[in-house]
Design a protein around this ligand. Structure first.
Ligand code: CUA
Length: 371
């Protein structure tokens, strides 16, 4: 190839880069408004991690800029000149010592705070922590608040079980025990905590304290971050941080038994629910309160989303979900699953094949009334 042709090609690429660079920058900047951001920490844990991230970021920036400037200067200063011959510096001891010491120092600067943060975040959680077991399942999260349920007949504390929407109190440390029922999942709330794996048969945990000023109406987004099957990306959860009053109000409602449906359609739905859904789901205070296979639906009407954070909680989405969940969450319906013959095969079926559209409507109505 001639020199001229090479020059033309490099000019063409330079022009492309000039167009692509602002586009790439734009994409980067739009990512900043992502609600799953890690750079707006809202708890002690994520702020500590952010601290390390900033050190690494600014050190990398320093190294990047220093190397670019040096490269530029060397390229200009030592450019080819008639009659000048290159000096060979192979085996230059002082230089080699220097470029060994500098990277080691940089790594050490990053290592010390990293260690500190690992030690701090894996330290024993405070005594007054709220203890919550988070269990990853294909494909949803179960949350069990230790001792926060209504006392049983003998006055002993019970646990409070809910699903997919976690409610916390600002300033109150929370100790999350991470468990998995089937395969490996991972627990991550980018602004609050994580990522720590949920491994079957293994006990991981983490603890954090949401900042006092982290109270907000909007939910913090959580997400499973370990590939766990066809609907891994559809395994999300919501986290609401309240002030003390707000948290107690939520708790008061959540721990009480289900409310009676008021509409005629809702009452029909309640009857159908016991027949059709009680095999897997619990609605406390009703005949459907033995199963613990599917999410606890006692107060499902008060959740903002259904299907593990995938759909807004409204009648039409509930109808779609009950009719054919596999369409919304691929893989939920493992008809050919013969991996474990011992374990009874239970899953969220396509009820449009089993009951009428009117009956599905009634069940959906009942669920929205379970505030
Ligand atoms: Cu659970 Cu990915």
């Amino acid at each position: 190839m001639t020199e001229e042709a090479l020059l033309r090609i490099s000019q063409r690429w330079a022009r492309r880069l000039l167009i692509l660079a602002p586009a790439a920058l734009f994409i980067l900047l739009t990512a900043c408004s992502d609600p799953q951001t890690t750079i707006e920490p809202a708890s002690d844990m994520t702020e500590a991690i952010q601290g390390v991230y900033e050190i690494v970021f600014w050190l990398s920036m320093f190294v990047f800029i220093a190397i670019m400037l040096l490269t530029l200067w060397l390229a200009v200063h030592y450019r080819e000149q008639p009659g000048r011959e290159a000096i060979q510096i192979h085996g230059h001891q002082r230089l080699e010592i220097l470029w060994t010491i500098i990277p080691v120092a940089i790594v050490l600067i990053m290592l010390v705070p990293t260690w500190q943060v690992i030690a701090d975040t894996t330290d024993t959680p405070p005594e007054d922590s709220m203890v919550i077991t988070a269990t990853g399942k294909q494909w949803w999260f179960e949350f069990t608040y230790e001792g926060l349920g209504l006392p049983d007949d003998e006055g002993n504390p019970t646990d409070l079980v809910t699903a997919n929407e976690l409610h916390l109190q600002a300033g109150k440390p929370v100790h999350v025990l991470l468990r998995a029922d089937d395969v490996i999942h991972s627990f991550w709330i980018p602004q609050l905590a994580g990522k720590v794996d949920m491994v079957p048969g293994h006990e991981n945990d983490l603890w954090f304290t949401p900042f006092e000023d982290s109270v907000r109406e909007e939910a913090y987004l959580g997400q499973c971050v370990e590939f766990c099957g066809a609907s891994h990306a559809n395994m999300r959860f919501r986290v609401f941080v309240h002030d003390e009053e707000g948290f107690n109000a939520w708790l008061e409602n959540e721990r009480s038994d289900a409310v009676e449906p008021t509409s005629e359609l809702g009452k029909l739905g309640a009857t159908l629910f016991v027949v059709r859904c009680a095999e897997c789901h619990t609605v406390r205070g009703t005949a459907a309160s033995i199963a613990d296979f599917g999410p606890d639906l006692t107060h499902v009407g008060s959740r903002t989303t259904i299907a593990a954070g995938i759909l807004d909680n409204n009648i039409s989405n509930l109808v779609d979900w009950i009719s054919n969940p596999a369409e919304i969450k691929p893989g939920i319906n493992p008809e050919n699953d013969v991996i474990d013959k011992e374990r009874p095969l239970r899953f969220m079926r396509a009820f449009e094949d089993e009951i009428s559209a009117e009956d599905i409507q009634a069940i959906a109505q009942y669920l929205t009334e379970l505030k």
